[in-house]
Write a protein that binds this ligand. Structure first.
Ligand code: NAD
Length: 250
């Protein structure tokens, strides 16, 4: 049987290769952070799609903040798992590297990764609805719901809601990385939320091999060069070791 390292060797990678990684909620599942589409995605009787919108916040900021307070409380107790740690090691050792995440849990940063684009924001940052100022806020549980800025205006979570655009510079940097990727890893995303879902395809069209890690098939599977079916916490550390070897930076 061909080993993972042999399969990666076929891609002619070296120390100058740009490795781009896209992650989704699945990479944090083994840390205990619920995904949206799994059975744990419901809060009370609400679906995420009904609360993570500007309209819901406009109508009922208290309920939306209660949901974020609940999510912040869950995530605050969670730790990076071996998949986050292995990707942080890739970030540390590979000269040309970019991690793009759809996650808002901050676990990549907590694992020590630095070249991270948080496409959808971060649960532990808040933004003033009047001034647009963004700051870190780790108070869990929140004392005041909904919280207010010192200027008196409502604060909102600094995350991207359904129907809102991803900040232009983050999107541009992500597309740029995908267009120049030598290898793209796609970990734990159902690949149904745009525009992140189109990034692996962009990398593939630009000639980069795509490796997918997911227990289930996704829309990425048909064009992935390698599909590794299983849990990120088990597969990513092994993949990372093989990749560092193949790049000659292990
Ligand atoms: P998703 O919930 O749509 O899909 C999760 C994917 O992970 C599925 O394809 C599933 O098969 C896979 N998966 C489940 N367990 C896995 C494991 N152990 N290892 C590897 N893969 C596993 O997630 P998405 O594609 O990221 O899209 C959901 C949106 O919701 C994102 O935009 C994200 O911002 C947000 N979200 C974030 C978090 C978080 O920050 N942790 C959690 C829930 C939702």
């Amino acid at each position: 049987m061909t080993s993972l390292a042999d399969r990666l060797s076929d891609f002619n990678l070296d120390v100058d290769s740009l490795v781009v990684v896209l992650t989704g909620a699945g990479i944090s599942a083994e840390s205990g952070v619920p995904t949206f589409r799994g059975k744990d995605g419901l809060w009370k009787t609400y679906r995420a799609q009904d609360l993570a919108t500007p309209e819901a916040f406009e109508r009922d900021p208290k309920t939306v903040w209660e949901w974020y307070d609940y999510r912040r409380q869950i995530v605050a107790t969670k730790r990076p798992n071996p998949a986050h740690v292995a990707l942080a090691e890739l970030d540390e050792k590979i000269p040309h590297f970019q991690l793009i995440t759809q996650n808002v849990d901050g676990l990549h940063l907590e694992a020590g990764a630095r070249r991270v684009i948080e496409l959808h924001g971060n649960l532990f940052r808040v933004r003033c609805t009047a001034e647009g100022t963004v700051f870190e806020d780790r108070e869990v549980p929140l004392k005041e719901i909904p919280p207010h800025c010192r200027c008196g205006a409502l604060l909102r979570p600094d995350v991207v809601w359904f129907g809102e655009p991803i900040p232009h510079d983050l999107l541009e940097r992500s597309f740029e990385a995908c267009r120049h990727a030598s290898l793209m890893l796609v970990v734990g995303t159902s690949a149904v939320v745009q525009p992140a879902a189109s990034m692996p395809l962009l990398a593939r069209q630009a000639g980069a091999p795509v490796v997918e890690i997911n227990p289930e098939e996704t829309p990425i599977t048909p064009f992935a060069d390698i599909s590794l079916r299983g849990r990120a916490g088990e597969i990513v550390p092994e993949l990372a070791t093989s990749l560092l070897d193949v790049l000659g930076v292990g």
